[in-house]
Structures are given as structure tokens and as C-alpha cells.
Design a protein around this ligand. Structure first.
Ligand code: NAD
Length: 249
């Protein structure tokens, strides 16, 4: 299905996990893909994979915690492909694992910067381009922890809740100008993000999902592709869980 033919799509955190699956699926659907990450080696491998599959793709290094680098990323995307039609603001980290009273001040600033400020930085510069075009679709990566909390992840959960508020607000502001902005909330997905969890801890995570397993990156990517496409033309300001039933309990 080449429903994204001719469109330009930008993905942050595209060297691994969910972002990589999104980038590869954008290519399959006919989009030109800007793969961005701080991990240049892995990011370039994703570009090579896209090209081998017949897609147009480029790599641009950007640390999304730095607004200047987000601005440059958007500029380079437009310079390379001429437009920016779709953006998946996906890059993120787990951050410190501490109870709230023990959470370090530096750790807090860092997780809010990388997981929340980053989405604002990217969104701000993406919107500049999309407003000129009068069209665009933006997907921000939240989490089930954008709706509920869990012990030791206060920084992460706060950032992911913030992503939902930012998504709703910007969606309302720009809906009449042809720009749709939505948030996706994955349950626990088996990616390198979970590498800090022991096999035992992963089993405990499995038990939180009525479906009885962790999710796959591709299962999140399918939802992102749909939200990116014109098939979702009446969908904006929404939070979509893709969580194996986690939030339904
Ligand atoms: P991952 O670790 O596999 O991939 C994340 C990518 O982001 C990596 O390639 C990393 O290099 C990149 N990255 C990290 N910091 C960056 C920065 N400052 N600038 C640019 N790139 C940076 O993780 P993933 O599981 O694919 O996570 C992707 C997104 O999905 C994150 O926002 C994460 O919070 C969210 N998410 C993941 C899960 C899960 O269980 N894996 C669940 C819910 C939400």
C-alpha cells in the first residue's frame, strides 16, 4: 500500500526499536524518509535498509534535547526533500529509576529535557514548515505512562503525560490549518529500551498486559502509519493506546 507516496516523513530516535520500525514502514508505504538519531552508525544502517528496499532515505544526526539541533534537523529535511509532510517525534529514554523522593535533581531535568522538551522543540520547528504548506501530520510518542503512573518512573511518566497535554493543545490550535497532531501510547514493547530489565523483571511486565506478552515495534508502527496517512483525516488531538489491554484493567 503506497498511501504515503511522494510524502516526506521525519522520524527521531529512528536508529532503534519503535522509531526504526516506523521509519522502515514509512519507506514501505512510499514515503521519503529522514532518519534521525544520536546513534549515527545504527541510523545509517536503517537508511541502508530503506534504500535496499527501494525507498528514498537520508540520515541526519540530532540530539533532540537541543533546540538548535531540532531546528537544523527540520531545515535539513526540507533542504533534502523539499517538504515536510509527516513527523514522528519518537526519540526517548527511560531515565533514572528512583522513588520520587530519591529522584536526583539532575536526573529530573535530564529526563524532562530529553522526553518532553524535545517534543516541544521538534514540534515548534515542524509546525513552522507545515503551516506554510497548509498541511501535515505529527505523531508524538507518549506511553501508557502518559495516562497512569508506576513506581520509580516519575520523571518518565511526567514527561509522557506532558507529551499528551502538548499534543492536545497544539492539535486544537492548528486543526483549522490542516495540521493533525496525535499521540501514541505503547504498552511495554520489546526493544533495547528495556535492556535494563532482567528476564524476571520482563516477565513481571508481561503480566501487566492482558494479551500475555510484550508488544512488538511493528505493532506500534502500524498505528503510527495509519495516523500519518490521509486515512486518519478526521483524527486529531487524540491519544491512542497500543498496549495489549494494559490500560483497560
Ligand atoms: P530504543 O532505545 O530502542 O530507541 C530509542 C532511540 O532514541 C535510540 O536509537 C536512541 O539512540 C535514540 N535517542 C535517545 N536519546 C536521544 C536524543 N537525545 N536525541 C536523539 N535520539 C535519541 O527505545 P524504543 O523502545 O524504541 O522507544 C522509542 C519511544 O517509544 C520512546 O519515546 C519511548 O519512551 C517510547 N516508548 C517505549 C516503550 C517500550 O516499552 N519500549 C513503551 C512506551 C513508550
Amino acid at each position: 500500500d503506497k498511501d504515503l507516496q511522494g510524502k516526506t516523513a521525519l522520524v527521531t530516535g529512528a536508529a532503534s526499536g519503535i522509531g526504526r520500525a516506523v521509519a522502515l514502514l514509512y519507506g514501505q508505504h512510499g514515503a521519503k524518509v529522514m532518519v534521525s538519531d544520536i546513534d549515527e552508525e545504527q541510523g545509517r544502517q536503517v537508511v541502508a535498509q530503506l534504500k535496499a528496499a527501494g525507498a528514498e532515505a537520508r540520515f541526519c544526526t540530532a540530539d533532540v534535547g537541543d533546540p538548535a539541533q531540532c531546528a537544523r534537523l527540520v531545515q535539513e529535511t526540507v533542504a533534502a526533500f523539499g517538504t515536510l509532510d509527516i513527523a514522528c517525534n519518537n526519540a526517548g529514554v527511560t531515565g533514572e529509576l528512583s522513588l520520587t523522593a530519591d529522584y536526583s535533581l539532575e536526573g529530573w531535568q535530564k529526563i524532562i529535557n530529553v522526553n518532553l522538551n524535545s517534543v516541544f522543540f521538534c514540534l515548534k520547528y515542524e509546525l513552522e514548515v507545515m503551516l506554510k504548506q497548509g498541511a501535515g501530520s505529527i505523531i508524538n510518542m507518549s506511553s501508557i505512562l502518559g495516562q497512569v503512573g508506576t513506581p520509580t518512573l516519575a520523571g518518565y511518566a511526567t514527561a509522557k503525560h506532558g507529551v499528551v497535554g502538548l499534543t492536545q493543545t497544539a492539535a486544537i490550535e492548528y486543526a483549522a490549518q490542516g495540521i493533525r497532531i496525535n499521540a501514541v501510547g505503547p504498552g511495554y514493547i520489546d526493544t533495547p529500551l528495556l535492556s535494563g530489565f532482567s528476564a524476571e523483571a520482563k516477565q513481571e511486565l508481561v503480566a501487566l498486559h492482558p494479551i500475555g506478552r510484550l508488544g512488538r515495534s511493528e505493532e506500534v508502527a502500524e498505528l503510527v502509519i495509519w495516523l500519518s496517512s490521509d486515512k486518519a483525516s478526521f483524527v486529531t488531538g487524540s491519544y491512542y493506546p497500543v498496549d495489549g489491554g494494559y490500560l483497560a484493567k
